[in-house]
Design a protein around this ligand. Structure first.
Ligand code: MSP
Length: 504
């Protein structure tokens, strides 16, 4: 039976260029959470998207000498391959050029216009094309964008405006009453400050841009690309095209995005939803940014990291593991291949790989590869493992996925220490009963660790599962299976090749 409905989203990625690790980071995080929620029994709708309209894409297509839609088609085909390579289990990939989205945007624009929340005026001010963002004049210095420091354009054109200012109090009240709406909590103060400082109505159409969704009743305008793109979340969830689906999956539980687009998601998007009379997503999580070897990633520096190359060189699971192990989810971090190799050798090959290898070797040596009978009483090790498992689940539930991963690796460390302290090679001579207990504990701990690790490292988890000799597929396991004692005595393990060969 299907459980809770759980909708989560990644940003809609621009199609002016190919994906790099910054994008992969957000989508892998979403994938980890989606996999965990399915494991926890939820009926998940995991949405990813591409943001295909606007000046930035129009300009990129012009430079490439092709039509914007041809550029978008090319990038989308590439993006889909990247997501497949990174093992992303999305349920829906929506393009903002798709009919189902365009219709929704048009109907929202019409409805807000009729309601008086969109009105016609004149926009005069600064515009940043790389950010597709109108800038607040008082924050602009030397004609540079206050967010990305790139050159601004002065524009003066007739425009439709969205009455953002009208929703100031409602937004503040929502922040106050929903402490987990903004996560991590460290991002709250800045946003509250912006809203408290006063909100100006937002220009939501352009006449100078051609590549976009025309305003339905005034075709010389196209709808501002952010107004268009944010709506992808509801068009994919079924708004205006599948009411039953929408009522089940909306509000989304989680929008995952990077910090630089946080304000669009916690100020503008919620105000749009208020205007539409729809509920707000439960949580907007803004993660940090990656630098590479201490420097900002940029094409001109030639240091843009290709996630597919990382997966090819180190294995997709190793790359996924590293991203969430190296840096707490939510803060900025620095990517270095050197650090990745160190973690590969120490934590994956030595700690996790060897734990499995040593345990299976001992089972073969002392019990002909069969899982022995567990002890009668709950020992200290089991108690520690159960508590750690419960903490891991809590972290997953709060989207603190790096903490979940470090808790899992603590369990791996505890299991390795348990081997040292209980010295099975001595027990083999002195105490067979105790030996059975220790080896049952170890192999059962590995089984539970594997289930908890699976959202991060799905392929590795499958490989471990095979070596444990379990008949049931890991994909059919649920959160109930992390309770202690699931492994049946007598199961014949199936020792295989090392998980992480030491050749990196
Ligand atoms: N199209 C908008 C989002 C619209 S959502 C309705 C957009 N697209 S983007 O292609 O630029 O992708 C942005 C996402 O990639 C953001 O979440 C951003 O934080 C993330 N990253 C881009 N560079 C990054 C790093 N160097 N590090 C981590 N994430 C980064 O913005």
């Amino acid at each position: 039976m299907a459980g809770n409905k759980f909708c989560l989203t990644t940003p809609a990625y621009y199609v002016n260029d190919v994906l790099h690790i910054g994008h992969a980071y957000c989508t892998i995080a979403a994938d980890i959470i989606a996999r965990f929620r399915r494991f926890a029994g939820d009926d998940v709708l995991f949405i990813t998207a591409t943001d295909e309209h606007g000046q930035k894409i129009e300009d990129a297509a012009k430079s490439a000498g092709i039509e914007p839609i041809a550029l978008a088609d090319r990038i989308v085909a590439h993006d889909k391959k990247v997501w497949e390579r990174l093992n992303i289990s999305y349920d829906d990939f929506i393009r903002t050029t798709e009919e189902r989205h365009v219709r929704t945007v048009e109907s929202v624009f019409n409805a807000l216009y009729e309601k008086g929340d969109i009105y016609k005026g004149m926009y005069e001010g600064m515009y940043c094309t790389p950010c597709e963002s109108f800038c607040v004049e008082s924050q602009v210095k030397d004609n540079k964008c206050p967010d990305c420091a790139r050159e601004l354009e002065r524009i003066k054109e007739e425009s439709y405006f969205f009455k953002l200012s009208k929703y100031r109090e409602k937004l503040l009240k929502h922040y106050e009453e929903n402490p987990d709406f903004m996560k991590p909590h460290s991002r709250k103060a800045e946003m509250i400050n912006i809203v408290e400082g006063g909100l100006k109505d937002l220009s939501v159409s352009r006449t100078a841009v051609k590549w976009g969704i025309p305003v339905p009743f005034d075709k010389k305008h196209v709808i501002y690309v952010w107004f268009d793109a944010l709506i992808n979340y509801i068009s994919a969830a079924g708004y205006g095209n599948d009411d039953k689906k929408f009522s089940g999956f909306w509000p989304a539980e989680l929008h995952l995005i990077g910090k630089e687009i946080y304000k669009f998601h916690v100020i503008i998007w919620p105000a749009m939803l208020f205007a539409m009379g729809l509920e707000l997503p439960r949580t907007v999580f803004g993660h940090g940014w990656w630098t590479v070897d201490g420097e900002k990633m940029s094409k001109s520096k030639g240091n843009v990291v290709d996630p597919v190359k990382m997966a090819d060189d180190y294995g997709v699971d190793v790359f996924r593991y590293f991203l969430f192990r190296e840096v707490p989810f939510g803060v900025d971090g620095d990517f270095s291949e050197k650090a990745l190799v160190v973690r590969y050798n120490t934590e994956l090959a030595n700690d996790l790989g060897n734990l499995l290898n040593r345990t299976l070797t001992m089972l073969e040596k002392y019990f002909e590869g069969k899982v022995p009978q567990p002890g009668d009483s709950k020992d200290e090790f089991r108690d520690m493992m159960e508590k750690s498992g419960a903490r891991t689940v809590e972290y997953y539930n709060k989207y603190e996925i790096s903490s979940a991963l470090s808790e899992i690796m603590k369990s791996v460390g505890n299991a390795n220490r348990y081997i040292e302290s209980s010295a099975p090679w001595k027990l083999a001579k002195e105490n067979r009963e105790k030996l059975k207990e220790v080896l049952y504990d170890l192999i059962e701990a590995i089984r539970i660790i594997t289930l908890l690790l699976a959202p991060f490292m799905p392929q590795t988890a499958e490989k471990i599962w095979e070596q444990l000799g379990l008949e049931s597929k890991i994909s059919g396991m649920t959160i109930r299976d992390i309770s202690w004692g699931g492994l049946k005595p007598g199961t014949k393990v199936n020792k295989g090749l090392p998980l992480f060969p030491k050749d990196k």
